[in-house]
Each structure stands twice: as structure tokens, then as C-alpha cells.
Design a protein around this ligand. Structure first.
Ligand code: AMP
Ligand code: GLY
Length: 426
């Protein structure tokens, strides 16, 4: 039997879900993860790597000689890992450095959307405080101020007054807000509506949508408090009906793929469209050039088609010949975080209660490590507990029941994941 060797780059909950999906697929594969984490190490080989260092990433790829590499986080994409691998004739799932600009430069993404008439909020790209002053009369408050570059969710500021806009812009240009001085920022119209994460597999020409999901970005229940990497997600077909999915494919995804091809940077990988469903119709809030975290931990447990087959088809430009099969019903994923996250938190605490695994439940590790054979916390987001069910309530029930059995010092999780969908149905 042919065993495909797959290398997964990254070490969070998203990568654990990818490894898990690869291993449960019908096709046999050997999975190596770099750097991985304490949970991934239980079923796959983990090898150390500095994901911020292109040379080190290439070293691991050269050592491992995988048949296929899947890149989880945005940083290796922004460094040009895909370009470097393609130059060496290696199969890799993810966009090139140029194509990843849809995520790595918000200014690029906005100007691209304007060129290709993709619905998005009104905006201005500014390179100085003078330009911000000059652009202010074009907007109503509240407004949104965004750093151009990658900022791990910290680069978006919602401002209620013009003074707040000026203070935010000053903070971004000076480097006071993010630690690095931005040379470009984006001012944006504030949009109201429900947010949907619409992830689409792309092979440069064709897009194949994944089941829709919704993320919970704030730390506190009722969507309050600081922004985080994501405290939970759920996937439910009714988030987008088939009409809306078709509309989005025609008016957002296909124009994006066609535009990127026309500009000679065809997009292969996951095109994550962060949408706001406004009164004026859906608008793209942001693109990401990768699988979402924690959306992936909710979406992949519903995927019945072999992930390996799907990702190979994307790399080979053959997504048009593929149809995805999904588990009907719903899925939910609840993140357990360390006390203090997204601020300061401690690490090294023992995690207990992981031995029992209930049916339809998967515990994905995000920030865990093995210390003398025992699992300990090693990050802000520690675990993502996912479950599937016939409906959202059932999926959530299973995820929360599994969480009740798990413990680490200071463990925090939101008890209201999926609240918007549940309140709509009641
Ligand atoms: P982004 O990184 O651009 O997705 O922004 C992070 C979060 O900020 C989004 O998920 C939204 O909740 C919020 N946001 C971004 N842009 C806007 C906007 N134009 N109007 C309202 N909220 C926004
Ligand atoms: N869940 C948001 C993201 O992956 O960027």
C-alpha cells in the first residue's frame, strides 16, 4: 500500500484538527508536524522548528521529504515558504507570498477588492497623520482603524469619535500600539450585522466552499471584553443557505480567484472570507489566506471526504472534479484558556481529565506540552474541545460535558458558544 507522507506546519488547535482529520481519513498517511504540541505528539511525530525562520522551515522540509506539506499559520506564508518549496518542485498546500497579501496587507486587500468590485466597507488607505486628517470628513463615526500588516488580531480598533480615530492612527504610526511602527493604515466604515467565517478551498482557478462557521472572538460571555484568537466556534449549514452560498461564490470568491489570476498571483489554499452580513448585503471584512482557528476545529469534524484527497486536488488544480460530503447536523468547539488570557498568563500547569473520550467528541490541543511524560499548559489557548451532533444544542451539550471532566489551574471557557444561533431558533 502507498503511504503518503504529510508534513503539517504549525502547532496549535487548528493544526491538531488537521492532523486528526488526516489520520482518520480512509487513505493511509504518515503525519509529521512541525513543531506540533503535546497533544499532536500523541499520534504523530513532532519535529522542532522555528516557524518565524524561513531557513529553518526549509531545513525541516528538506529533512522530512514529505509528499505533501500543509501550512497552518499565516507567518510561514508571509515569509514565502510556498514560493521556496515550489522552486524546489515540492507539493505544498497554501498560497504564495504574493497571493497571501490578501491577508498580510489590509491595504492590498482593500485596493484589490475595489479593483475587482468585491463588496466591502468604504475605506481610505493612509500613510501619514495628515492623510488621516484629510480623510476624516469622508466618514461617519463610529469608524474602524486597522494596521496594514499582520497583528495577530490586535491591529483593529473601533473608534467612537474622531479624536479616538486620530489617537489610534497616531498609536499605530508611532509603534506605541503594536510595538512596530506601521507605515500604512486603513480607515474603514463601521459595518453592522452578523459575522460569518466562509472558508473556501482554492486551486488557483476553482473554489470549493467548506461548511460555514461562526467564531467568538471576545474573551467574555455575551461577546464582551478583549479580542482573542477565538474562544469557540460552531458550524451549522443554516448559517448560509444554498442561495447565499451561491451568491458568495459568484460575487466574492470567483472574482477574487479571477482577479488574483489576472494579476499573476493565482490563489491556492484556503481563502477565508470574514463576512459581515449587513443590511446592504454581505461584505468582506477581511480575507485570511489559511484555515481559521478555531473554525477548523469545528469544520473538520463534519467533513466526511478524505482531507488528504481534498488538499491534493487543490494542489493539483482539480477541485472542480470534487464534491465534499458533510456530516449533517452541527458541530461546536469550545476553547479552554489559561487565566489571564489574552493578557499575561502562566504556563506549566498539569492538565487532567483527558483520558476519557466520549463519542463524537475530539479534544484538540492548542497550547500544551509534554513535561516528563505529563501534559501541561504551554499557551493562552490551551484546548479546543469539539463535538458533533444532530443539532447545535446537542453538539454543544457534548462539548461542555467533555469540558466538565477536564481541569487545569485557572481554566477558563465561555459558556455561551453558539448563543446567537440558539436564541434565533428558540
Ligand atoms: P479583521 O481582522 O479585519 O477581521 O477585524 C477583526 C474584527 O474587527 C472583525 O472580526 C470584526 O468583528 C471587527 N471589524 C473589522 N472591520 C470592521 C468593520 N468595518 N466594521 C465593524 N467591525 C469590524
Ligand atoms: N478565527 C479567526 C482567524 O482564524 O483569524
Amino acid at each position: 500500500m502507498i503511504v503518503t507522507k504529510v508534513l503539517v506546519i504549525g502547532g496549535g488547535g487548528r493544526e491538531h484538527a488537521i492532523v486528526w482529520a488526516l489520520q482518520r481519513g480512509r487513505r493511509k498517511c504518515e503525519v509529521v508536524c512541525a513543531p506540533g504540541n503535546g497533544g499532536i505528539a500523541q499520534t504523530a511525530t513532532c519535529v522542532p522548528v522555528n516557524v518565524k525562520d524561513l531557513g529553518d522551515l526549509i531545513r525541516v522540509v528538506a529533512e522530512q521529504q514529505p509528499d505533501l506539506t500543509i501550512i497552518g499559520p499565516e507567518l510561514p506564508l508571509s515569509l514565502g515558504l510556498v514560493d521556496e518549496m515550489q522552486r524546489r518542485g515540492l507539493k505544498v498546500f497554501g498560497p504564495t507570498q504574493a497571493a497571501a497579501q490578501l491577508e498580510t496587507s489590509k491595504g492590498f486587500a482593500k485596493e484589490f477588492m475595489q479593483r475587482w468590485r468585491i463588496p466591502t466597507a468604504h475605506y481610505a488607505v493612509c500613510t501619514s497623520l495628515d492623510e488621516v486628517h484629510a480623510s476624516l470628513p469622508l466618514f461617519h463615526v463610529p469608524m474602524v482603524v486597522k494596521a496594514d500588516g499582520l497583528a495577530a488580531g490586535k491591529g483593529v480598533l473601533i473608534c467612537k469619535t474622531r479624536d479616538e480615530v486620530l489617537a489610534a492612527a497616531e498609536g499605530l504610526f508611532s509603534g506605541k500600539l503594536l510595538g512596530v511602527a506601521e507605515t500604512r493604515i486603513v480607515l474603514e466604515e463601521f459595518l453592522e450585522g452578523e459575522e460569518i467565517s466562509f472558508l473556501v478551498l482554492c486551486d488557483g482557478k476553482h473554489g470549493l466552499p467548506l461548511a460555514p462557521a461562526q467564531d467568538h472572538k471576545r474573551i467574555g460571555e455575551g461577546d464582551t471584553g478583549l479580542n482573542t484568537g477565538g474562544m469557540g466556534a460552531y458550524s451549522l449549514d443554516s448559517l448560509l443557505d444554498s442561495h447565499m452560498t451561491e451568491w458568495l461564490m459568484t460575487h466574492v470568491v470567483q472574482p477574487t480567484l479571477d482577479g488574483m489570476s489576472a494579476e499573476e498571483m493565482p490563489f491556492t489554499g484556503v481563502l477565508y472570507c470574514g463576512l459581515m452580513m449587513t443590511a446592504r448585503g454581505p461584505m468582506v471584512l477581511e480575507y485570511n489566506a489559511r484555515f481559521g482557528d478555531p473554525e477548523t476545529q469545528a469544520i473538520l469534524p463534519r467533513l466526511e471526504t478524505s482531507l488528504l484527497t481534498v488538499l491534493e486536488a487543490a494542489v493539483d488544480g482539480k477541485l472542480d472534479s470534487l464534491e465534499l460530503r458533510w456530516k449533517p447536523g452541527a458541530s461546536a468547539c469550545v476553547v479552554a484558556a489559561s487565566a489571564g488570557y489574552p493578557g499575561e498568563y502562566k504556563t506549566g500547569d498539569a492538565i487532567i481529565g483527558l483520558e476519557e473520550t466520549a463519542k463524537d467528541v475530539a479534544v484538540f490541543h492548542a497550547g500544551t506540552a509534554l513535561k516528563r511524560g505529563k501534559l501541561v499548559t504551554s499557551g493562552g489557548r490551551v484546548l479546543a474541545v469539539s463535538a458533533t451532533g444532530d443539532d447545535l444544542q446537542t453538539a454543544l451539550g457534548k462539548a461542555y460535558a467533555a469540558l466538565e471532566k477536564i481541569h487545569f489551574d485557572g481554566m477558563y471557557f465561555r459558556r455561551d458558544i453558539g448563543h446567537r444561533a440558539l436564541s434565533k431558533n428558540s
